[in-house]
Structure formats: structure tokens, C-alpha cells
Design a protein around this ligand. Structure first.
Ligand SMILES: NC(=O)c1ccc[n+]([C@@H]2O[C@H](COP(=O)([O-])OP(=O)(O)OC[C@H]3O[C@@H](n4cnc5c(N)ncnc54)[C@H](O)[C@@H]3O)[C@@H](O)[C@H]2O)c1
Length: 270
């Protein structure tokens, strides 16, 4: 498949959290099918998190992988919590690419703890990045989408649909992304902007808080079944989620809006 006749040929797409993990995978899969990309990432670690976030080199590597498919990549190091800086970065990318067709709000963070050890700082950081950051991404993209229509894809989680324990702020934030997206889908349907959420099961990425495994093994083995997929795999792969994102960016999904797209190996039916 050459990029010029790909499934999203000529589309211009914003991806946040694009430096590594699923964000990188979405960007590269979209480039493979002909899209140009605006790639945003914070590229520094946050003290509240027990695992490191991406580096500037990671973001450059994603851009290089996009360019390998002869597509354009505009990079900006921005924290999605900073709505002003994010809007400026998106405006700049849109000016360089000549427009915007879709945005993937993918940046997200995870803290771990039982109900009685979860701190206000964890609540604020996770809600700020995962929920308000998703809103900031939609808000930065929308002025460029409302004229011609477009697609907003907000990355939630299986934890956005079930009561996944031991990370209350994360589960609450990912449920919040669903409410935000459903309501926004209603407001924007009239101008042909579609809004959908994607719900991955566990995927091996840089989001690796070791304490989750310790908590499950040492303190709450009774909760292990909540995390088990119905299908016989431990984890999905990033590409499985990227293929769902690709469909939602493409015109193949032109009348799909307000949907919760599960790529979860059945974890939410358990
Ligand atoms: N990995 C999983 O098992 C899993 C499962 C379900 C949903 N998700 C969701 O998928 C999305 C991608 O996660 P991933 O697994 O690739 O994790 P990851 O940690 O590998 O990647 C997340 C990226 O987001 C960036 N980021 C974090 N905070 C940011 C901020 N404030 N501003 C800008 N960029 C920021 C990080 O630097 C990193 O590059 C997240 O929303 C996550 O919640 C992950």
C-alpha cells in the first residue's frame, strides 16, 4: 500500500502522547496509510508517577518513523494540561500542514494504590492529564474541525467501562472521558464532527507501574480476576489499538459517533 492511496491519504491528524507506546504506534500506522501528523508530548517525567515518561529523543524517533513513510511530522513538546500552549502548538501544526481532519487524545498517566493510600496529589495529576488534558486536546482541535467536519478520538481504557480497582483516579478519569465524549458527540453531530472513545485492555508500553503487580500479588489476590481477559491472551499489542484508531480517523467510519470502541479481548465482559 503506498501512502498516496492509503485509507487516510491526505488527512492531517493530531496525536498527543506521541513520543512512545500507543501514541507512537497510532502515528506510524496513520502515516503508513497516508496521513500527515502533528505530534505532541510532554517529554519529561512527573514526580507523582512511579515510572518515567518519554524523552525528547523518543518524540524525534516517532517523527523519524512517520517521515520514513514520506509523510510530514510536526513535533511540539507540550504538556496537555497547559491549554494555552497546546492550542498554540496545534495552531502552528495546522498552519504548516494546511488544515486538520482528526485528533487523537492519547496522552495519559496512571498511579496505583488502594483506596486508603491514594493521595490528593494523585487525584489531581491523573484527572488533570487524563480528563482535562483530553478536553484541552478536543478544544485545541475543534476550531479547525468545525468548518469542514472531522473526527475526535479520545483514548479511554477498559477501566473507562468497568470498576477496575487499585487505581481509583485512573478509573474515574477514564469514565470521565466517556461522559465528555458522549456529550460532545451530541453537541457536534450537527457540524459533522464525530466523537468516539477507544477502550484498550492491557498493552505492553512504557506505562509500567510495578506496584500494581505487587499490590495484586501481596495484598489483593482476590482482585486478579478483574484484570483477566476473556480471550486467551495476557496483553494486546499497540497495533491492535492503532487499527481501531485508523478506522475512526478514516471515512470508513463517517457515520460512527458517540461509540465506545472496545479493543479489550473481552476483559469488560467479565
Ligand atoms: N498500556 C495500557 O495497558 C493501557 C490500557 C488502556 C488504556 N491505555 C491508555 O492509552 C494511552 C497511551 O498510553 P501508553 O500505554 O502508550 O503509555 P505510555 O506511558 O507509554 O505513553 C504515554 C505518553 O503520553 C505522554 N504524556 C504523559 N503525560 C503527558 C502530558 N501531560 N502531556 C503530554 N504528553 C503526556 C508520555 O510522555 C508518553 O509518551 C493512555 O491514555 C493510557 O491511559 C493504556
Amino acid at each position: 500500500m503506498s501512502a498516496s492511496n492509503g485509507r487516510v491519504a491526505g488527512k492531517r491528524v493530531l496525536v498527543t502522547g506521541a513520543a512512545r507506546g500507543m501514541g507512537r504506534s497510532h502515528a506510524v500506522r496513520l502515516a503508513e496509510e497516508g496521513a500527515d501528523l502533528i505530534l505532541v508530548d510532554i517529554c519529561e517525567s512527573l514526580p507523582t508517577l512511579e515510572y518515567p515518561l518519554a524523552s525528547p529523543e523518543d518524540l524525534e524517533e516517532t517523527a523519524r518513523l512517520v517521515e520514513k513513510h514520506d509523510r510530514r511530522a510536526i513535533t511540539h513538546i507540550v504538556d496537555v494540561r497547559d491549554s494555552t500552549a497546546l492550542a498554540a502548538a496545534v495552531d502552528d501544526g495546522v498552519e504548516q500542514l494546511g488544515g486538520l481532519d482528526a485528533a487523537v487524545a492519547n496522552a495519559g498517566v496512571l498511579t496505583v494504590g488502594t483506596w486508603d493510600t491514594t493521595t490528593p496529589d494523585q487525584w489531581r495529576t491523573v484527572l488533570d492529564v487524563n480528563l482535562i488534558g483530553t478536553w484541552n486536546t478536543c478544544a485545541a482541535a475543534l476550531p479547525h474541525l468545525v468548518e469542514r467536519g472531522g473526527s475526535l478520538i479520545n483514548i479511554s481504557s477498559a477501566a473507562g467501562l468497568k470498576g477496575t480497582p487499585l487505581h481509583l483516579p485512573y478509573t474515574a478519569s477514564k469514565h470521565g472521558v466517556v461522559g465528555l465524549s458522549r456529550a460532545l458527540a451530541n453537541e457536534l453531530a450537527a457540524v459533522n464532527v464525530r466523537v468516539n472513545t477507544v477502550h484498550p485492555t492491557g498493552v505492553e508500553t512504557g506505562m509500567r507501574p510495578e506496584s500494581l503487580h505487587e499490590l495484586l500479588a501481596d495484598k489483593r489476590p482476590d482482585l486478579v480476576p478483574v484484570f483477566l481477559n476473556a480471550m486467551p491472551i495476557v496483553m494486546a499489542e499497540a497495533i491492535d489499538i492503532s487499527n481501531a484508531v485508523l478506522f475512526l480517523v478514516s471515512d470508513e467510519s463517517r457515520f460512527v459517533t458517540g461509540m465506545e470502541f472496545k479493543v479489550d479481548a473481552g476483559v469488560t465482559i467479565r
